[in-house]
Design a protein around this ligand. Structure first.
Ligand SMILES: [Fe+2]
Ligand SMILES: [Fe+2]
Length: 205
C-alpha cells in the first residue's frame, strides 16, 4: 500500500467526508493544532538535543501555518472552529503504548510518526479521489510537508534511541495502531477507524 500502516483506508472514506466537508476541515484544523502542541511538548522534554529542538520548532511553525490555511478554508465554506475535543485515536494510542512503554520520549516520537503516516494516507486519498477540486488542491498542498514530518519522527527515534530499539518500537506501535483502527468507528474525521467501513475490495471494485 505504500504507507507504513496495517490497515488501508477504503476510498469510500472520501465519499463519506465529502458529504460534510466542514466537519472534516474543523477536525483537521484541530489536528494541525495538536501536531504543533506535540512538537512543543517534545522540545520541552529534549532541550539538550539542540538540532532536534530546531527541527521540532520548524515543524511546530509549519503545523500552525497548516492550521491557519485549514481554518480559512473552513470559514470560506461557512464553517467555524469549535472547541477542541479529544482525538480518540491519538488518546487511545498513547494509553495503549503506556502498557509496554520503556521510554515516554521514544513512544511520543513513534506515535507522532504513525499519526503523520495515517494523516498522509488519508490526504493522498483526498488529493487523488475527491470530487471537490478545492479539497483535492488543499490536501495535495499539505502532502509534502506531512510526508517529511512522518520521515522526520522515525529518523529522530532512530537517532536518539538507536535503530534496533526504534524499529522494534515502531513495529510494536504499528500493530497497536492497527488495533485502534479496528476499534474506532468509520467517520468523517482524519483519524476515524474502520468499524462500519465498506469492505475495501468491494468498495473499490
Ligand atoms: Fe500539518
Ligand atoms: Fe505534520
Amino acid at each position: 500500500m505504500g504507507f507504513p500502516l496495517d490497515h488501508e483506508t477504503p476510498r469510500a472514506w472520501v465519499t463519506l467526508v465529502e458529504r460534510q466537508p466542514t466537519r472534516l476541515l474543523e477536525d483537521h484544523a484541530h489536528c494541525e493544532l495538536k501536531a504543533a502542541s506535540s512538537a512543543h511538548a517534545l522540545i520541552a522534554k529534549n532541550p539538550e538535543h539542540t538540532e532536534l529542538v530546531q527541527d521540532l520548532a520548524d515543524i511546530a511553525i509549519e503545523e500552525l501555518e497548516h492550521f491557519k490555511v485549514v481554518v480559512s478554508e473552513l470559514e470560506s465554506r461557512g464553517g467555524c472552529l469549535g472547541e477542541q475535543v479529544e482525538n480518540r485515536y491519538a488518546a487511545t494510542l498513547h494509553r495503549r503504548s503506556a502498557q509496554s512503554r520503556q521510554s515516554l520520549v521514544l513512544d511520543r516520537l513513534v506515535i507522532a510518526h504513525l499519526i503523520e503516516a495515517r494523516s498522509l494516507e488519508r490526504f493522498h486519498l483526498l488529493a487523488e479521489y475527491s470530487t471537490d477540486a478545492r479539497l483535492r488542491e488543499l490536501f495535495a498542498e499539505l502532502l509534502p510537508s506531512e510526508a517529511a514530518h512522518q520521515g522526520f519522527y522515525a529518523k529522530a527515534a532512530r537517532n536518539l534511541f538507536g535503530r534496533e530499539q526504534a524499529e522494534a518500537r515502531i513495529a510494536r506501535l504499528r500493530r497497536e495502531e492497527g488495533e485502534v483502527m479496528s476499534e474506532l468507528p468509520f467517520s468523517y474525521t482524519v483519524h476515524s477507524g474502520m468499524v462500519g467501513a465498506p469492505d475495501l475490495a468491494q468498495a473499490e471494485r
